[in-house]
Design a protein around this ligand. Structure first.
Ligand code: ADP
Length: 369
């Protein structure tokens, strides 16, 4: 999907928005490819919604340029600002704005009516959009008689019916309960695939981002920290924030030292960790002294043998064992860090046991303190 053959449909350059002296979005640049789902991910207040509203034309940027299918729709320097209704973008929000007196089909027909489409075309397209989102047969229902999930499907149908160049979705699933939310994620992904539609999707939920995204733009304090496939960001995080936001991170305080075998990290308790050529993320910082070493839980292996630790092995004390039915979740404390590992039920372990853990050196990352 993001091969060199993919076509850029939306190009954003240097987009910024300031509210009363605070930069909600600062110098943000990215591209959206045709038929991809780009997820804007980040904690609350990091500027995701503002970015989406700037794309939709619901806000005017202080700086920046936006091109849709190579046509300039926003250029702050040239004073160009195309109003939302002339951008051919669809929007779906967290809360669906229901018009209580309207039926399902009237809702979906509305965007076509305001575009003065022919009656027959409206009839066909409304049916098709409703079938796509699984609401076929409910045409005559009042929208207030739909469940939460059905209302979000209706919002989707209403946004898709006029075949926008891009669909902008702002936390569209966050009002739904956990189970429905998971189901709707998969439905959305299927729908996007079938239609070949292009989505820009805002969420603060990393699982949602991992499930839906072809690419993730990870935002923090109004800037994009990293953009890439979920796997790229997970495996090769550009910053400690990116590392921590996508997936679970275990952090160890460490000293960078040299021994007879070369550079290594010494953790509390005198355990030693080696690391691979890609591990050092302290670029530009002095390489000696105090650093932060991180790994993911899946980079630690419980060693069954009882023996003294070697290089790349640490010990940790079992704090708690949670039986999840198919496996254990073991809370551990070691090298001044608290962390949780998954373990098979065949492991014989009890509270206060000391476990020997092998660390994959190629997965160790080192960050400046
Ligand atoms: P997110 O969608 O990531 O939660 P937002 O884009 O909503 O973040 O907000 C980014 C920052 O801009 C926040 O600090 C928020 O308080 C501020 N902000 C957003 N909209 C407005 C507004 N209309 N007026 C003033 N400040 C705003």
């Amino acid at each position: 999907m993001q091969s060199s053959r993919s076509k850029v449909i939306l190009n954003v350059q240097g987009l910024s928005k300031n509210y009363a002296g605070v930069w909600a979005v600062r110098d943000v640049s990215f591209e959206v490819y045709e038929s991809e789902i780009l997820v804007l991910l980040g904690p609350s207040g990091c500027g995701k919604s503002t970015t989406l509203r700037l794309l939709a034309g619901l806000e005017r940027p202080d700086t920046g340029e936006v091109r849709l299918r190579e046509k300039i729709i926003v250029d702050s320097k040239m004073g160009i600002f195309t109003p939302p209704e002339r951008r051919n973008m669809g929007m779906v929000f967290q809360a669906f704005a229901v018009w209580p007196h309207m039926t399902v089909e009237e809702h979906v027909a509305f965007p076509l009516l305001v575009r003065h489409r022919a009656k027959e075309e409206i009839f066909q397209k409304v049916r098709r959009a409703l079938d796509f989102v699984g609401l076929g047969g409910l045409e005559k229902r009042l929208s207030t008689q739909l469940s939460g999930g059905q209302q979000q499907r209706l919002a989707l149908a209403r946004a898709l019916v006029y075949e926008p160049d891009i669909l902008l979705l702002d936390e569209p699933l966050s009002n739904l309960d956990a189970q429905l939310r998971q189901q709707m994620r998969l439905e959305l992904k299927n729908l996007q695939r079938q239609l070949g539609a292009t989505f820009v999707f805002v969420t603060h939920d990393q699982d949602e981002a991992m499930t839906l995204a072809h690419r993730v733009a990870l935002m923090r304090d109004g800037v994009i920290e990293q953009i890439g496939t979920p796997d790229e960001v997970y495996e090769n995080p550009a910053t400690l924030f990116a590392h921590s936001f996508l997936g679970t991170t275990i952090r160890f305080e460490a000293s960078w030292i040299e021994d007879n075998d070369g550079p290594c990290l010494q953790l509390s308790g005198r355990y030693r960790l080696r690391f691979g050529p890609d591990g050092d993320r302290t670029t530009g910082s002095p390489t000696a002294g105090q650093v932060l070493a991180t790994v993911r839980p899946e980079d630690l292996q419980i060693v069954a043998e009882k023996r003294a630790p070697k290089d790349n092995e640490i010990e940790a004390e079992v704090q708690d064992i949670i039986n999840l039915g198919d496996r254990y979740e073991i809370a551990l404390k070691g090298c001044d860090a608290d962390f949780v590992l998954q373990a098979p039920k065949r492991l014989r372990v009890k509270s206060r046991d000391r476990l020997l853990l092998a660390v994959d050196p190629l997965r160790v990352k080192i960050w400046p303190r």
